[in-house]
Design a protein around this ligand. Structure first.
Ligand code: 1CP
Length: 367
């Protein structure tokens, strides 16, 4: 989607790529402030949502998750939909983000992966050799049925509030497959790129196909925007990003390029990579809290709507400091063609949810 095209025959034509009941085609979400800002148009007021807004900061999440594993919850459509809606009901955020995880499509493709409480995704047999990559199963699209059902349930309940679909980008997902679990330095992943580029590209290409199908399914089921998380790409130099990663992220965006929903791209510590990441095919760039939004806007040439970027640590600093930082983000974001408020990374699990509810009200009160 082109961020500045509006009202042209081309829009009419591309909208037809969505199913007739899609909320962007039947008019439910098109005028939502989130989508207006993502298109780079003026909004009245400031749309806001939070990465990881569902989950452990909410007592109602802990209550419905009792006795159910994380991936089992993601694959139970009614439960995944309920968890997706919880933060919208409580905080009145401007978007829902599907409750799922970046490793869900790996699981659906047949990879042995679990989410271990307190750790994160852990892979039974790490993928490190050409033979490991050659043996990776292709994702059968029918396996995505529980994701499609969960997204459709959410969209039905959300009315005019957009659902954001998401997926993990090839580098970030490949890093879990190669390392076998969470990693700070991604040493084995980076070593594989340089030692055996063919195997690396085969692995990243496989992830790009799985991720492309996962995103496509969420959009066709009713998501009005998508976000591709390359959370750990900030560990790469620009040269390595260009050489080993950009083409695979571009393949993911290419897999959904015909579907006219805004595509957001985000990573942590990616100040040096912002333009390269945008150029893989993103319409909107998510920015973490290390780079002020006016600086990010300048780095992107002033043409790309932005999302972000309150430091999650400010959620623990008291309302005065939090609101001062929020006003700074609003002022810096106003330099970009469009701006959606968010944190610079996910909501920490021990956040007081009332702080988030008050923050949303404060943001919505701003002119
Ligand atoms: O039992 C639990 O509650 C497990 C905690 C949890 C939750 C709530 C995990 C394990 N994943 C999730 C849901 C999740 N994951 C969402 C839900 C939607 C929302 O935002 O409300 C999303 C968008 C994700 C995406 C995700 N998973 C990312 C990208 C976003 C980011 O934070 O950078 C990543 C890197 C993961 C991997 C992952 N899954 C879970 C954890 C703890 C981690 C990170 C582990 C690590 O540090 O490497």
């Amino acid at each position: 989607m082109t961020t500045h095209a509006s009202g042209s025959d081309q829009d009419l034509h591309t909208d037809l790529a969505l199913p007739a009941a899609h909320p962007l085609r039947d008019g439910r979400t098109g005028a939502a402030p989130l989508l207006t800002a993502y298109r780079g148009e003026q909004t009245t007021g400031h749309p806001v949502w939070f990465m990881r807004q569902a989950g452990r900061s909410l007592p109602e999440y802990l209550a419905v998750r009792t006795g159910t594993g994380m991936l089992e919850a993601c694959l139970t459509p009614d439960l995944a939909a309920e968890i997706t809606l919880q933060p919208v009901r409580r905080h009145h955020v401007d978007a829902a983000i599907l409750f799922s995880d970046i490793v869900v499509p790996l699981k659906l493709a047949g990879i042995g992966v679990e989410i271990v409480p307190g750790t994160g995704p852990v892979v039974d047999s790490p993928i490190r050799t050409a033979a490991d990559v050659a043996a990776l199963p292709e994702l059968d699209p029918t396996a995505l049925a529980p994701i499609i059902a969960a997204a459709a349930n959410c969209v039905e309940a959300l009315g005019g509030t957009p659902l954001i679909g998401f997926a993990g980008a090839p580098f970030t997902l490949a890093s879990y497959l190669v390392e076998g679990g969470p990693s700070r330095e991604h040493l084995r992943t980076k070593a594989l790129m340089h030692a055996d580029p063919d195997t690396w590209h085969a692995l990243a290409g496989w992830v790009a196909r799985v991720t492309g199908s996962f995103l496509r399914a969420q959009i066709l089921a009713g998501a009005s925007a998508v976000q591709l998380f390359d959370s750990w790409a900030g560990g790469l130099s620009l040269a390595d990003y260009q050489r080993f990663v950009a083409r695979h992220s571009a393949d993911v965006f290419a897999a959904v390029a015909d579907l006219p929903v805004p595509k957001v791209h985000f990573g942590v510590n990616t100040g040096e990579l912002l333009a390269a990441m945008r150029d893989t095919g993103a319409d909107v760039m998510g920015v973490d809290h290390r780079v002020p939004l006016d600086v990010a806007n300048a780095r992107l040439g002033g043409t790309t709507p932005l999302q972000g970027n309150i430091d999650p640590a400010l959620l623990f600093a008291g309302d005065k400091a939090l609101y001062a930082a929020t006003l700074e983000a609003i002022a810096a974001g106003a330099t970009a063609p469009g701006h959606v408020l968010n944190l610079g990374h996910g909501v920490p699990p021990d956040t007081d949810p009332d702080v988030l509810t008050r923050l949303v009200a404060f943001i919505h009160d701003q002119p």
